[in-house]
Design a protein around this ligand. Structure first.
Ligand code: ADP
Length: 240
């Protein structure tokens, strides 16, 4: 009964007359790396936004450790969020960028320093803390964004196409980095992507989205070797 950590229980979301998430059920276990994979417009981001607390479900419940988080503001959910457009502040150093969300929440100076150091160590950027974003590579900037999400010591990290803006080589390196971080820290990661190969290489499980529903969920091997519907077979078969 308590072997799950996050549960979507009959969750729907309507925007006006448009239903973008449709009575969806999904369990995510602690420490799992789950990808939400599907074409553009299939409802992946909306699901992530509901988990983060930026959108409320039209119906259904979202449970974390058995307790409903419906209506709970995002800052009380203890989830780190990394978007594709992770905009760092150009006039702030790496350390200041990572400290920024903490200083907004009235953390003390000493506490901020130790959390920033720890987060930068996690993403192996400790030596670059005094640099400015323009002095970093795209991959390093991405890691700063990740550190900024880790600074609250979240139990879950939500990533929405975090590598979409990077070129292929860097993207592949970052895929390895994020997966390594997941393994090393035992993080629970929910990762939105429309890139089949990205989901196949990174995930413990993949939920394939189609029109607001999960068409199939399983390990990368399951999904790849045994697609249960024509949609999944065709979507997985497409190359980018
Ligand atoms: P995905 O992440 O799979 O690309 P989204 O969850 O972003 O899909 O979007 C699903 C559908 O919901 C799209 O048709 C999108 O235009 C619509 N949508 C998303 N957010 C809003 C919003 N705030 N208001 C109206 N429609 C929205």
């Amino acid at each position: 009964m308590n072997d799950f950590r996050i549960r979507f229980d009959g969750v729907s979301k309507n925007f006006g007359a448009l239903r973008v998430v449709d009575r969806l059920n999904l369990d995510i276990k602690a420490g799992e790396f789950v990808s939400l994979l599907g074409p553009s417009g299939s409802g992946k981001t909306t699901l992530l936004m509901m988990l983060a607390g930026f959108e409320e479900p039209t119906e259904g419940r979202i449970l974390v450790d058995g307790t409903s988080v419906n209506g709970l503001p995002s800052y009380k959910r203890n989830m780190g969020v990394v978007f594709q457009n992770y905009a760092l502040f150009p006039h702030m150093t790496v350390a200041e960028n990572v400290a920024f969300p903490l200083s907004m929440r009235n953390f003390g100076k000493g506490e901020i320093r130790s959390r920033v150091d720890k987060a930068l160590d996690m993403v192996q950027l400790g030596t670059l803390s005094r640099r400015y974003p323009a002095q970093l590579s795209g991959g390093q900037q991405q890691r700063v964004a990740l550190a900024r999400a880790l600074v609250f010591e979240p139990r879950v990290v939500l990533m929405d196409e975090p590598l979409g803006a990077l070129d292929k080589q860097l993207r592949e390196q970052m895929q390895l980095d994020i997966r390594e971080l997941h393994n090393r820290l035992g993080l629970t990661i929910v990762f939105v992507t429309h890139d089949q190969s990205e989901a196949l290489t990174m995930s413990d499980r993949i939920a394939v989205f189609n029109k607001g529903k999960i068409e199939q969920i399983g390990s990368p091997r399951d999904i790849y070797d045994h697609p249960r519907t024509r949609f999944v077979a065709e979507f997985i078969g497409e190359t980018n």
